[in-house]
Design a protein. Structure first.
Length: 244
């Protein structure tokens, strides 16, 4: 199977965002609301909602908060009018940046995002200017230290049978790539075999990457941090690879 670019350097680290509990709750609740509004409130019939609920539970969001977000999304508990949009552009070093946004005021959010791009060495692009660089995929990592005894051959056979597209031994972990449609099957196959995953999500993977270093890398990481801190930004995707 073809090798996959080192995702640890492509998808920006989330430690900072993950440490801000209240902000995580808000972002995940919005995702649940939008998923329920678009596909209905039954997670078994709505894969996006099912995935959003799983992420919320992993973040220890109380079940009552999850149910409230579903009811808001379906309009049974006073609908909140969030819409999902993508903003895109280029950062320092020519790195493509794709932002998944949920907002109740598109004009306000667009102005704030444009300001962050221009103030920190980037520029906001037109719709479609960089989105073609990314493709939606399922992404799962299996840490070796958490799964002693699991071999690459054993894991490869298992995930291929479940519908995975790619597996790579990345030293400390195995990386598994799936289509969005096969993601749940592969995830369930791992769970049923008692294999622990550290990351399991539907995400946007870049088809190509841009190496960045020095001042460009510092400026880029600062800009990505600011995007992740923005209340309306759900996800930040960028096609960079850090060079020592």
């Amino acid at each position: 199977m073809a090798g996959h670019s080192k995702w640890a350097n492509i998808k920006h680290r989330k430690e900072k965002m993950d440490s801000v509990r209240g902000k995580i709750f808000t972002k995940l609740a919005r995702e649940i609301m939008v998923a329920a509004r678009l596909g209905g409130g039954d997670p078994e019939a709505n894969p996006r909602l099912k995935a959003a609920i799983a992420r919320a539970r992993e973040a220890n969001i109380p079940n009552e908060n999850i149910q409230r977000a579903i009811l808001k999304g379906t309009g049974e508990l006073g609908a909140e009018n969030y819409e999902e949009v993508f903003y895109e552009g280029y950062g320092p070093g020519g790195v493509a940046i794709l932002l998944k946004i949920m907002t109740d005021n598109r004009n306000r959010t667009a102005g704030e995002i444009r300001h962050l791009f221009s103030k920190h060495g980037g520029n906001m692009g037109e719709a479609g200017s960089v989105q073609w660089i990314f493709e939606e995929k399922g992404y799962i990592t299996v840490l070796k230290e958490e799964n002693p005894g699991v071999t690459e051959e054993e894991l490869l056979l298992m995930v291929l049978e479940a519908g995975a597209e790619d597996l790579k031994d990345d030293g400390e972990q195995f990386e598994i790539i799936t289509s969005p449609e096969s993601f749940e099957n592969v995830k369930e196959a791992l769970i049923s075999s008692n294999i622990k995953t550290s990351v399991a999500e539907i995400t946007m993977l870049p088809k190509t990457t841009v190496p960045v270093s020095g001042d460009d890398a510092q400026k880029l990481l600062k800009l990505l941090d600011l995007f992740e801190d923005h209340d309306d930004v759900q996800e930040v995707y960028a096609n960079f690879e850090l060079v020592d």
